[in-house]
Design a protein around this ligand. Structure first.
Ligand code: ADE
Length: 235
């Protein structure tokens, strides 16, 4: 898989790449590339944004800058790019990232992520250059970089070899194995701490009962109805 991230702050991702599961997938052939809008801007002084038409606070990322960055990087007309790969504009009002979307993205061989800044994108970027807008939650970050890391993290950990232990992702929250429900609670040693005891069933060595208990806990967290409870709080 190859993910290209267009950003004003490529250096932010240096930390991200030190994370083990990210390093693991890179070791297995995944490529992450970062493209700086500023390296491609046709405007003087490294300008990439401008004041919004109609007035208002903040700055808006310019369509000509993103167009130049995409065509400069890929070497062909950027409006055609989206017929060949998913080009995702990260924006607070976009399609909410959930496990279904993560699975879809993990199935792609190439992805392009566009990070916005300040007040966000000129809407023509979303309409004509991107295939879709994706949000990591209904709150506003100061830019799309952290959102891009969230998308990359969730996608990369699904790729073979990312977690080191192939079973780790099989039975986790929202997986098919748990019928889309949140994961059951985990406990480890000590079995009792300050009077807080681990549920007896987990110490029983009775695998079938443990499985049943976990499934039940997971369903309870889903609000009782398997596959429908992703809105219920996990505490
Ligand atoms: N950019 C700013 N806020 C964002 C969010 N919540 N999701 C995705 N991109 C964003």
């Amino acid at each position: 898989m190859r993910i290209d991230v267009f950003t004003l702050f490529p250096q932010w991702f240096e930390w991200f790449e030190t994370q083990r599961h990210v390093r693991n997938t890179i070791g297995q052939g995944t490529e992450l590339r970062y493209v700086s809008y500023r390296d491609h801007t046709p405007l003087s002084g490294g300008q990439v944004d401008d004041t919004p038409f109609g007035g208002g606070a903040g700055m808006v990322l310019r369509v000509d800058v993103v167009d130049a960055a995409l065509s400069g990087h890929y070497g062909h007309d950027s409006s055609e790019l989206r017929s060949r790969r998913r080009v995702i504009a990260l924006a607070p009002g976009g399609r909410l990232l959930d496990e279904k979307l993560v699975a879809e993205l993990a199935g792609e061989s190439e992805l392009t992520l566009l990070c916005g800044r300040y007040e966000g994108f000129d809407e023509r970027i979303v309409e004509h250059l991107a295939t879709e807008a994706v949000s990591v939650g209904r709150y506003v970050l100061s830019g799309g970089e952290l959102a891009a890391m969230v998308v990359c993290d969730a996608v990369l950990r699904r790729l073979p070899g990312a977690l080191g232990h192939e079973d780790s992702a099989l039975e986790e929250s929202f997986s098919a194995a748990l019928e889309g429900a949140p994961e059951y609670p985990h406990y480890t040693r000590p079995a009792e701490y300050r009077g807080w005891r681990v549920p007896d069933v987990l110490l029983s060595g009775h695998h079938e009962r443990v499985r049943e208990w976990r499934r039940e806990q997971s369903r309870m967290r889903a609000g009782g109805a398997p596959g429908t409870g992703t809105d219920s709080p996990l505490r």
